[in-house]
Ligand binder design. Sequence first.
Ligand SMILES: [Zn+2]
Length: 236
Amino acid sequence: MRTPAQWLTTLGVASVGRTRDPTFVRARVVDTNDGIIATAGIVEGFAGAGATGKTIVIAAIFAMVAGGVSLAGAKYSEAAAELEAAQAVIDEERRQLEFSPQEELDELVALYERKGLSTPLARQVALELTAKDPLAAHVDAEHGLGPLPRSPLATAVPAGLAFAAGSGVPLVIVLVAPDAWRIPATFTAVLASLAVTSVVMARTSRTSLARILTRSLVIGTSAMLLSLAGGLLFSR
Ligand SMILES: [Zn+2]
């Protein structure tokens, strides 16, 4: 039997639990909000148009699947392009270091001078960094590249799952709420879960919870109201 953690590792998602990278966590919170709001919008739209029971459930399931896959695909392409661009920069720097090491050293000195160091100090910094790892020194100083970005799959899978998890909120509501309560129940559950993701967001970004919460609730409410209005329009 595999534990849930092992399954996550298999799926390439282990980084979600392990990550200390707040940027990554924030990006996944955004994906979760995306899933909550997009799927809730579809639910409200269908409910507004007079759809009931099974139809709304099916619409919510497809919103979850199509949205999750489409987001994962978009993130995969984005991360793959980023990785290829970084790889190309690294290859180019490696070539330059091989064929013109002296010019490359001068280039590094000039870069540190431009950052405000005196010439002797810039020279010393460049020499020491070059002695340690010339390629890393150049890639960092000239292109601002840190370690290689994470693999496309390690971004895409957590993004898709985060969207699906967010979609789960309105989906569960339409599964359990009777037709008469569907619209208000979805509204309430969505606003409550957006409040939860806002807390996570605030904790990883050290910014004001009030501002994040307001933004999130305004966006969520507008999306649901617009969808509901659209649905009502079609129900006439
Ligand atoms: Zn260089």
